[in-house]
Design a binder for this molecule. Structure first.
Ligand code: ADP
Ligand code: ASP
Ligand code: MG
Length: 409
């Protein structure tokens, strides 16, 4: 008897009809003799709607209350899906994250899972029931509700699969699997049959939101096979695992597009040691991830320090930077929303050459200016104008011919 974790994202549970369809799929999997634990997201755009509602009350809502509010979205879905399963005659029971034993680290809106006992889930499965668990939420040691960051239901699912020693964690979503680039942006995108944890982690961290980065990290750590697939049909999707069959001649596995970036500039910073350390320590202490960084040097003994953070973190970043800017004697603190990051990812880049040149040439040919560049062994990222992101994705995808299948025989 196999143990299967199935996770359904917001679109997949976006209406009563879709929840009934999800229930049928879960019921079929259980009827085939499997033990099934299900993880669900909030319905449709309801998390976004809850965030806008909060912002209509306050521009800086307390994080604790925001977590309290956002956690309600997933609670709606678990109850409705369990009702739908009951209607089909399938015994099922719903659990919130804390009831399922998701212990988090106390960060209200971007918590990490510290431990996942899943005791009540195991007991439900042992009693022949389907367990339906709320994604995206847990409670810290003091019992405070925490959420796992946007897209975090994927992480609940993979962590649950690890806790149960499940045979597979199926992530059902609104596309057919993991593609060479977001198929909604580039229709020529090609579905990958397999991808390694490392490449998927890089793509996810760089903004390909098909999987939450921590879900991939957790999958790699515990060796959970992740199958990303469509909730609308039964065709195979993409398997994320340790090693994959190398495709002949592929240096690049994919392109990630990130529209969630804001560029912050600390302008007119005195050119002396310790200033960058002061700025980034303040940002780091506030738990904010900094992405692309560049320092531009002027002749008059001043620098500008530019970097990007995610939009969610802008208010917080400005609040911690204001005093630091005064303290170091910088002239100004500015920010811009009209930027986006495009990244090319591939383990083959370690040995292959010419990827940077090809990427820059494709952008140049499309008349797209690069503002900041950052590279690692397996990725190259460029910050560009937000309104050119889709053109950039299409140009780079075409340049590297990523739409053409090159499987080994
Ligand atoms: P869910 O609600 O099911 O969690 P998400 O919206 O979080 O779904 O993730 C699925 C979306 O990820 C797709 O609709 C697609 O637009 C986007 N996406 C971005 N990059 C990729 C990629 N490389 N492959 C597939 N989908 C991608
Ligand atoms: N509902 C949460 C979000 O929209 C978590 C998730 O869907 O994974 O971010
Ligand atoms: Mg998601």
């Amino acid at each position: 008897m196999a143990v299967i974790v199935q996770k359904f994202g917001g679109t997949s549970v976006g209406s009563a009809e879709r929840i009934l369809r999800v229930a049928q799929r879960v019921d079929r999997t259980a009827a085939a003799g499997n033990m099934v634990a299900v993880v669900v997201s909030a319905m449709g755009d309801s998390t976004d709607e809850l965030i806008s509602l909060a912002h209509r009350i306050s521009s800086r809502p307390p994080e604790r209350e925001m977590a309290m509010l956002l956690a309600t979205g997933e609670q709606v879905s678990i109850a409705l899906l369990t009702m739908a399963l009951a209607k089909l005659g399938r015994e099922a029971v719903s659990f919130t994250g804390p009831q399922a034993g998701v212990l988090t680290d106390g960060n209200p809106l971007n918590a990490r899972i510290r431990a996942f006992t899943a005791e009540r889930v195991k007991a439900a499965l042992a009693a022949g029931k389907v367990a339906v668990v709320a994604g995206f939420q847990g409670a810290d040691a003091a019992g405070e509700i925490n959420t796992l960051g946007r897209g975090g239901s994927d992480t609940t699912a993979v962590a649950l699969a690890a806790a149960l020693g499940a045979d597979v964690c199926e992530i059902y979503t609104d596309v057919d699997g993991v593609f060479t680039v977001d198929p909604r942006i580039v229709p020529e995108a090609r579905k990958l049959a397999e991808i390694t944890y490392d490449e998927m982690l890089e793509l996810a961290s760089l903004g390909a939101k098909v999987l939450h980065p921590r879900a991939v990290e957790c999958g790699k750590e515990h060796g959970v096979a992740i199958h990303v697939r469509s909730s609308f049909h039964d065709g195979p999707g993409t398997i994320v695992k340790e090693a994959v069959k190398m495709e002949r001649g592929t240096v690049i596995s994919g392109i990630a597009c990130d529209e969630d970036q804001v560029k912050i500039a600390v302008v007119g910073v005195p050119d002396r040691p310790g200033i960058a350390a002061g700025i980034f320590t303040a940002i780091g202490n506030a738990g904010i991830n900094v992405d692309l960084i560049v320092q531009s040097i002027h002749r008059n003994g001043e620098n500008d320090i530019l970097f990007t953070v995610s939009r969610d973190n802008l208010e917080k970043a400005l609040a911690v930077l204001e005093p630091v800017v005064k303290e170091v004697g910088a002239k100004d603190l500015q920010y811009r929303h009209d930027v986006a990051k495009i990244s090319v990812v591939g383990a083959g880049m370690i040995h292959g050459t010419g990827v940077a040149a090809g990427m820059f040439a494709a952008l140049a040919a499309a008349g797209i200016n690069i503002e900041i560049i950052s590279t690692s062994e397996i990725k190259i990222s460029c910050l560009i104008a937000a309104d050119r992101l889709h053109d950039a994705a299409r140009a780079i995808h075409a340049h590297f011919k990523l739409g053409e299948a090159v499987d080994c025989p």
